[in-house]
Design a protein around this ligand. Structure first.
Ligand code: ZN
Length: 485
């Protein structure tokens, strides 16, 4: 037999063997979610109460303020919290950090360590947003939901956390670990409240076992053909970079334009960045863990590649960006051109034009490396690069840690119809600041959100379902109870 035919047969044999191994493995990992009752339940009266608590919170327009600005609305809001959750605020030590709530409920066995629950008080503005069908700060309750700015992001988190603790206090629960609560008044504008609070703890030598913040939630439709909702626990946040790209030229009258004007060069530069894919694509933790978690619940044709990452990583790197922008963002740095400027008049050539680019560096290609990669393209078109702001990705919380496993177990018991998975956050929270006092920063609110509700975050008609709110309160309560057992 001639050699090429032997080689071809060998290759075919290897393909058949690998295909068979992958298919057998994919068949074996198939799972169904257990058909068991949730460990938590609640009454209609409780639902009404929780809706009214959140509604009261939404009515106070706590729009983000810089750390140095006056914050009268936040003082009103904090007084309201004391009224709504009286036991917690009476019993918890006050460690207020410049208008950012930091409280400690001392445990009876503080040597066991401490946990911190957090969620921000501030909200993004609603002014100028068309499409609101309810007053943004009306705290309207209708159609089984609480509506208004902050109803989801993130007053619902604060409401669920505080009400869970309040109910436990009312029941005379024995808090063994110290329980800290933190709520920034400037998370939405990165105003520094969380830095100050984390430093405050660090300076007092306080270490935390776990930090639980907003970030992930219970979301449906995250992957094609995955029928169950995902309880996505954020274990890492991508970095954040703002760059200004400037192209210069001679200016002049628009009636006699030369070639390669500043705007033309900027356009070619942007086009190359978009088309060529400047950044390195790689599947790094927690993305493989995410696929491993959801694979058993997918049809066979998805289970084969996702359940055999050892073989299909290379292929997935290529096809993931075709699925959705979110899937693409999981495996590489992203760059979005968001602001631009040039000449002041339609008939004047600019002597200088600029665009601003917001990048989210990946874990494997940090801010400096991502900037270097895009700058290389900018240089080609004689475009200058200026770094306005840069921050690397956060640390990645170990998904093999006791804290991750414990939270996963509690979620599986309270929300047994959901697939629990670690999750790479493409956006940011202020919990990463607490990395200096904690190794286990986890971002998850146990509330169910529809894709429409998710899309309303920072947009018009933000809302949250009242049963989701009740499930959130009871799940936090369950978690704290089990944690202190
Ligand atoms: Zn938020």
């Amino acid at each position: 037999m001639p050699l090429p035919a032997t080689i071809a047969l060998c290759i075919l044999g290897v393909i058949v063997i690998l295909g068979t191994i992958c298919t057998i493995r994919a068949i074996k990992i198939k799972k169904k979610l257990p058909n068991v009752k949730s460990a938590v339940s609640w009454t209609k009266e409780e639902e009404d109460k929780y809706a009214s608590l959140l509604s009261e919170m939404v009515k106070i327009p706590t729009v983000s303020k810089k750390q140095e600005e006056e914050y009268p609305d936040f003082i009103v809001f904090q007084d309201k919290l004391k009224e709504l959750f009286p036991l917690f605020f009476a019993k918890a030590e006050n460690h207020d950090v410049d208008g950012n709530i930091l409280r400690k409920l001392p445990g009876t066995k503080p040597e066991r360590g401490a946990l911190l629950l957090m969620g921000h008080q501030d909200v993004v503005p609603a002014e100028g947003q068309t499409g609101w069908t309810v007053p943004p700060f009306g705290g309207v309750i209708k159609d089984g939901c609480v509506w208004g700015r902050g109803a989801m992001d993130c007053k619902s988190t604060v409401c669920c956390e505080l009400e869970a603790v309040e109910e436990l206090l009312k029941e005379g629960f024995d808090f063994r670990e110290d329980l800290w609560f933190f709520s920034a008044r400037n998370e939405e504008n990165s105003g520094g409240g969380s830095d100050a609070a984390a430093e405050y703890l660090k300076n007092r030598g306080i270490r935390l076992n776990v930090v639980l913040d907003e970030g992930g939630a219970v979301i449906g439709g995250v992957f094609p053909k995955l029928e169950a909702p995902c309880s996505a626990i954020g274990v890492v946040e991508k970095g954040f970079v703002n760059l200004k790209f400037t192209a210069k030229g001679a200016g002049g009258h628009a009636s006699t334009p030369p070639k390669n004007t500043p705007i033309a060069r900027l356009s070619m530069f942007i086009s190359e960045v978009e088309k060529k894919g400047v950044f390195e694509k790689k599947l790094v933790s927690p993305v493989p863990e995410m696929f491993t978690a959801i694979a058993p619940y997918l049809p066979l044709y998805f289970r084969v590649p996702l359940g055999n990452l050892w073989l299909y990583k290379g292929l997935l790197k290529r096809v993931l960006p075709l699925f959705s922008p979110m899937a693409g963002a999981f495996i590489s740095t992203t760059a979005a051109f968001t602001v631009s400027g040039g000449s002041e008049a339609p008939n004047v050539l600019p002597d200088s034009a600029y665009v601003i680019c917001n990048m989210r560096p990946s874990v494997h290609q940090n801010a400096d490396k991502s900037i270097a990669a895009i700058k290389k393209i900018a240089d080609k078109y004689d475009v200058e690069t200026e770094v306005l702001y840069k921050k690397d990705a956060s640390k990645t919380t170990d998904t093999n840690s006791r804290e991750f496993a414990f939270l996963t177990k509690c979620i599986s018991e309270c929300l047994p119809d959901t697939v629990v998975t670690p999750y790479l956050m493409t956006g940011g929270t202020d919990s990463r600041r607490f990395e200096i006092v904690c190794d286990n920063v986890l971002r998850f609110t146990p509330t169910r959100l529809t894709p429409e509700q998710l899309a309303a975050m920072h947009a018009a008609n933000e809302n949250i379902g009242i049963p989701a709110l009740a499930e959130g309160v009871k799940t936090y309560k369950y978690y704290i109870q089990k944690y202190n057992a």
